[in-house]
Design a protein around this ligand. Structure first.
Ligand SMILES: C[S@@+](CC[C@H](N)C(=O)[O-])C[C@H]1O[C@@H](n2cnc3c(N)ncnc32)[C@H](O)[C@@H]1O
Length: 289
């Protein structure tokens, strides 16, 4: 197990089932857990595939149990899973925490599209707390436009003095947030990077400046990066060296690792379309001979 840290962020290169034992029980304000989904993805040397759904669920229960121990009595947990696995996690979790929201993160498709069934365009997220009478939820930090009030300018005649509808509201449980794309500035080389906008809403809503945020499956360390930007402390764990190095760089902890310079992905925007070379220039496609 390797561990590096800066003033705000601590990162482990380890199996989370091991590294979580190093985190103090009852010390964490917010956990965001985005595990491998058991859908056969390749995460560097790690193959995301279990022998059966049951074995995968048993593995999830092990790290979830540890995560719950780490949460403060007023802490919150957000957990993602595939649409197939989420029912197991939901049933298991509702005996231990109080699930307040079942969130659908949805996005538009890209690449291969389903032709013989309805393609999957969402991922579920559970938002659960230890104590529904005492938990952090910063409404004013996450409000979004309320279309009825903001666009239609309707008047609410139920009020004693008729008033315009509010122009903002707390987001509902369906979140449209585009997936991270190659051309986006935040893009890193990882098959399942979550958008900073998703983490921003979660961290702003369910933690305060100075709080401790834990991510047992760091990946590209989006959680730590957003936590740092928002003045929260973070602990992230990642098994694979390739992704751990992304964390060292993105969190400003180190600029080299074992002699390797840690640099941002070298993106090529050059495409051949048969006749011409097509380059991206400041987000626009430009044709060259
Ligand atoms: C779905 S990805 C997380 C993506 C991350 N939320 C992001 O925004 O980049 C899951 C990550 O868990 C890592 N992983 C797999 N098994 C692990 C384990 N036992 N302990 C810690 N990390 C693990 C994988 O290498 C992969 O990077």
């Amino acid at each position: 197990m390797e561990c590096y840290q800066s003033e705000f962020a601590k990162i482990y290169r380890a199996d989370c089932l091991v590294a979580l034992n190093d985190v103090q029980d009852g010390s964490v304000d917010l956990i965001f857990a985005d595990p491998p989904y058991n859908i056969g993805k390749k995460f560097a040397d790690f193959h995301d595939s279990w022998a059966s759904d049951r074995e995968y669920a048993q593995w999830c229960y092990r790290w979830l149990e540890l995560c719950i121990d780490k949460l403060k009595p007023n802490g919150s947990l957000y957990v993602m899973a595939s649409t197939q696995a989420m029912p197991y996690i939901d049933l298991w979790l509702r005996d231990r925490l109080v699930i307040l929201s079942r969130i659908v993160w949805h996005y538009d498709s890209s690449g291969v599209q389903a032709k013989k069934h309805y393609g999957s365009l969402y991922e579920p997220i559970l938002f659960a707390v230890k104590n529904p009478a005492s938990y952090t939820f910063n409404v004013s930090d996450i409000e979004v436009e309320a279309k009825t009030g903001a666009i239609r300018k309707l008047i609410d005649y139920r009020k004693e003095v008729p008033t315009l509808y509010k122009t903002t509201k707390v987001p509902g449980n369906t979140w449209y947030i585009p997936r991270v794309r190659y051309r986006m500035d935040e893009y890193e080389k990882h098959p399942s990077q979550k958008p900073e906008a998703l983490l921003e809403r979660i961290i702003k809503a369910s933690s305060n400046a100075g709080d401790l945020v834990l991510d047992p499956f760091g990946g590209t360390f989006s959680t730590g990066v957003v936590a740092q930007r928002l003045g929260r402390r973070s602990i992230s764990i990642e098994l694979q060296e390739e992704y751990f190095k992304i964390g060292l760089r993105r969190l400003g902890i180190a600029s080299e690792y074992n002699g390797d310079q840690l640099t941002r992905p070298d993106k090529s925007f050059v495409r051949k379309n048969g006749k011409n070379t097509v380059r991206a220039y400041q987000g626009n496609m430009v044709l060259y001979d």
